[in-house]
Design a protein around this ligand. Structure first.
Ligand code: SF4
Ligand code: MG
Length: 289
């Protein structure tokens, strides 16, 4: 039997997640993926923002940072640039990653910085009271959308693929074994990786939208998931409301932290302060005037 306790800070338990929440299933897939790679606990730095899923960093026995709402990626960026030897994993939610932290997300993807972002999508702001998030589907109910969400939801994997991410996948908390494999491949990708995981939030999203018990919500994930290969043969109408799962994008291109280290080596300590550059530009401008 898998030794989950090896990776957990049991003194921080009981956890805060509601009964029936899928966050624990995802955490277990993540821990099995890490264990399968044989990495030491000290070489992993896990960074989170704020929200239900972001509480993961309190419970795991790695190097951890529980940062500010929407700011997990900037904290993780600082860690990766300063310590490129660390394996940096970001745990975030749909609101945390794509609303408050949306700009950080697209720019980290654009740089192809070697971060593995596990974005746990419960389609709502769970912890802060059930407000709409950028991933709340059209027409669904939230406390701030009592007549149904008017905005179309972001397809967050498509957003980061367009921005430049080099590994992008989607899984669900129902398909826990498959998720483990998707996370493993994301951890091995030397560049910006994002795995979106559809999760059941029975207490807030499920209750507001009358989706039944936690088990009903898991079965809903099973019945509405379509593998990416099968989805390629389906029409947009047939795909309406479906969760397309699997590896959505994978490419290789130069990674940012390595390029940053290369720049430092090339400069050999001859670093020019931005103020000196501005001063030079100022002098040139004055000469032209
Ligand atoms: Fe999970 Fe929803 Fe409860 Fe948050 S509010 S812990 S997402 S069930
Ligand atoms: Mg959320």
């Amino acid at each position: 039997m898998f030794d989950y306790e090896k990776y957990l800070r049991l003194d921080k338990f009981p956890h805060i997640w509601c009964a029936g929440c899928g966050d624990g299933i995802i955490l277990k897939s993540l821990l099995r993926a890490i264990d399968g790679l044989g990495w030491s606990k000290d070489e992993i730095c896990m960074v989170s923002g704020i929200g239900c899923s972001s509480r993961v960093t309190g419970y795991v026995d790695f190097q951890t940072i529980h940062s500010l709402h929407g700011r997990a990626i900037p904290f993780a960026t600082g860690v990766k640039l300063q310590r490129p030897d660390l394996r940096v994993v970001v745990i975030t939610g749909d609101g945390d990653a794509a609303a408050i932290g949306g700009n950080h997300l697209i720019h980290a993807a654009r740089r192809n910085l070697d971060l593995t972002v596990i974005m746990i999508n419960n389609s709502i702001y769970g912890m802060t009271g059930g407000q709409v998030s950028p991933a709340t589907p059209l027409g669904q109910l939230a406390t701030t959308a009592p007549y149904g969400q008017l905005d179309p939801a972001f397809d967050i994997p498509k957003l980061v693929i367009a921005a430049g991410a080099t590994y992008v996948a989607r899984g669900t908390s129902f398909h826990a074994r498959r998720l483990e494999k998707l996370i493993r491949d994301a951890l091995l990708n030397p560049g910006f990786s994002l795995v979106e995981v559809t999760v059941a939030c029975p207490t807030i999203y499920g209750k507001l939208n009358k989706m039944g018990t936690p088990a009903d919500m898991l079965l809903w994930q099973k019945e509405n998931s379509v593998d990416v290969a099968k989805a390629a043969k389906m029409s947009p109408e047939e795909l309406e409301g479906k969760i397309v799962t699997g590896v959505l994008h994978h490419e290789r291109r130069p990674e940012y932290a390595a390029r940053y280290q290369e720049l430092i080596r090339r400069l050999g300590g001859e670093v020019r302060h931005p103020a000196a550059v501005s001063e030079e530009v100022g002098e040139e401008t004055a000469a032209v005037a």
